[in-house]
Design a binder for this molecule. Structure first.
Ligand code: ZN
Ligand code: ZN
Ligand code: ZN
Length: 131
């Protein structure tokens, strides 16, 4: 049986790949690691990243999106203070009386920075969990 045509199913990505795509692993029944080299690499990278975040005082690197988000939220805060935006007294989604938070429903791009809908804290986190 020619070895090259035998494809092995990767347990991680569920793709059938050539045996050469797997690391030899003596303890496995077929002598190969259970997921492909690519997934193995991916997993090692993730583990490395997780370990790094458990260091004391991790400094989270801000992405461009984070910065844009901060700017958009600052703009809303500033607009409320200066009277440019009026914060309603209830959530637009569930209508509960509260001090709602501005949610950037169109995204955080500068052109939408004041385009917010007002949501109570539970509604706001619910909406963010969805996407
Ligand atoms: Zn894989
Ligand atoms: Zn609500
Ligand atoms: Zn939001």
């Amino acid at each position: 049986m020619p070895e090259t045509v035998v494809l092995k199913l990767c347990r991680s990505c569920n793709e059938k790949k050539q045996r050469s795509e797997y690391t030899p692993y003596k303890r496995a029944a077929d002598g190969l690691y259970y997921d492909c080299k690519k997934c193995e690499r991916e997993r090692n990278r993730k583990r490395f990243r997780v370990n790094r975040t458990y260091k004391p005082s991790p400094t989270r690197v801000k992405t461009d999106l984070d910065r844009m988000k901060d700017r958009a939220n600052d703009a809303v805060r500033f607009a409320i203070r200066s009277g440019k935006l009026k914060r309603p007294k209830k959530c637009e989604r569930c209508l509960v009386d509260c001090i709602p938070q501005g949610h950037h429903h169109k995204g955080y791009q500068p052109k939408y920075k004041l385009d917010v809908i007002w949501l109570c804290r539970p509604c706001h986190s619910f909406i963010h969990r969805k996407d």
